[in-house]
Design a binder for this molecule. Structure first.
Ligand SMILES: Cc1ncc(COP(=O)(O)O)c(C=O)c1O
Length: 384
């Protein structure tokens, strides 16, 4: 079978079609499914972008692996925000979104017959990119009993001499689970002992909903010595999903390999966007971020209060703009979400969209207007 044929079907396709049909039938659909910020990029960043876009120097091919101004801003930001020292020239690579970096990572190291470890529940790109590179994704479990963190013994048992990458994602989509330095040390030690490269998808790192920064992998593992790589993104940080700018930071050999793959695949991020990203990560970072994160915190608190009062069980998440809820009454996730759309016009995402481990759960995204979130919560609260 060809690699493309091995890709699993798009699990959200059925839900998308059902959503379209409901709208066509005149149902006032409240869409709490998609994880894409409804709010605009901060106006200050739009102004920086507007100035940059008028500069002809931005109109040429960009610095492919990232302009040194941005790479230096990233290194300075990492030091200031997370206490991590990295060399901007050899340990930082600018990406066209973290999805692009995650998609290309297996190309750097996975040969036919190799495998990677991917979480079930998880973002589908890790496994699919592994398949496209000719490898086999091996899934490990994330369970409520473990706070949606992996069981290290299970990981150890799955690793063999063809295991190249372990993908983790904290703060986690879809559960909102977070990591801590003790956990990071344990996983980094396991990977070092077994010769596996550790990847953390940190797309939601700055979407901390209860104050204070979440601990990143790089604050624990030393990326100058250990084979670790972390992917950060401005997409969720600054409501910039459409802009496509992110960055990888890690061991110099991993950054060089990913850079080499990218040299073939793309020509870098538009220079005007790179300039805006450098500004966003600069001295005003915390102020800009507060304006983005605060509305999610308020939305989360209101939604969770309504649903808990109605008897829903919700995973107590500290980060991300998702709310992870247990399906009431033991119903299957897909059936419950289909019924929610058909009977009360509310779109929520079945946990099984993220793997079989999501059975029994559903995800609500906070990236909808206050009005929609209130209406959605009201409808869910008065229904089973
Ligand atoms: C867990 C996770 N990682 C990565 C991404 C990709 O983000 P981007 O490519 O916009 O940086 C997403 C997007 O939804 C995500 O949910």
């Amino acid at each position: 079978m060809g690699r493309l044929q091995k890709l699993p079907p798009y699990l959200f396709a059925a839900l998308d079609a059902a959503k379209r049909r409901a709208r066509e039938a005149g149902v006032a659909v409240v869409d709490l499914g998609i994880g894409d910020p409804d709010r605009p990029t901060p106006p200050e960043l739009i102004d920086v972008m507007a100035r940059a876009i008028a500069d002809p120097a931005c109109h040429r091919y960009p610095a492919q692996r990232g302009d040194m101004v941005l790479r230096t801003a990233i290194a300075t930001w990492l030091q200031r925000r997370h206490g991590v020292a990295v060399d901007p020239a050899t340990q930082v690579l600018v990406l066209l979104g973290s999805k692009e970096g995650l998609g290309h990572l297996p190309v750097t190291c996975v040969q036919e017959g190799d495998n990677t470890l991917v979480p079930d529940i998880g973002y589908p790109v890790y496994g699919q990119a592994t398949i496209l590179a000719g490898g086999e994704p091996r899934t490990f479990h994330l369970t409520a009993a473990n706070g949606f963190r992996p069981d290290l013994a299970e990981l150890d048992a799955l690793i063999d001499d063809r295991t190249r990458l372990l993908f983790l994602n904290y703060p986690n989509n879809p559960t909102g689970a977070t990591a801590d330095p003790v956990f990071w040390r344990q996983v980094a030690d396991l990977c070092a002992r077994r010769g596996v490269t550790l990847v953390n998808d940190a797309a939601y790192l700055e979407m901390s909903l209860d104050g204070g920064a979440q601990p990143c992998l790089l604050a624990t593992a030393d990326a100058t010595k250990e084979r670790v790589i972390e992917l950060h993104s401005l997409s969720k940080m600054f409501n910039m999903t459409g802009w496509r700018v992110a960055f990888a930071v890690g061991h110099p050999e991993l950054i060089e390999s990913l850079g080499r793959v990218k040299d073939t695949m793309d020509s870098g991020v538009f220079t005007a966007i790179q300039r805006t990203a450098a500004y966003a990560l600069g001295p005003d970072f915390e102020r800009l971020l507060a304006g983005v994160a605060e509305p999610y915190r308020a939305r989360r608190n209101r939604l969770v209060a309504t649903l808990e009062q109605a008897g829903y069980e919700i995973f107590p998440a500290k980060a991300t703009f998702y709310v992870w809820c247990r399906v009431p009454g033991g119903e299957g996730s897909a059936a419950y979400c289909q019924r929610a759309l058909a009977e009360i016009g509310v779109v929520v995402t079945p946990g099984t969209g993220f793997g079989t481990g999501g059975e029994g759960w559903f995800r609500i995204s906070l990236t909808a207007s206050e009005t929609d979130l209130e209406e959605g919560a009201r409808r869910l609260a008065g229904w089973r």
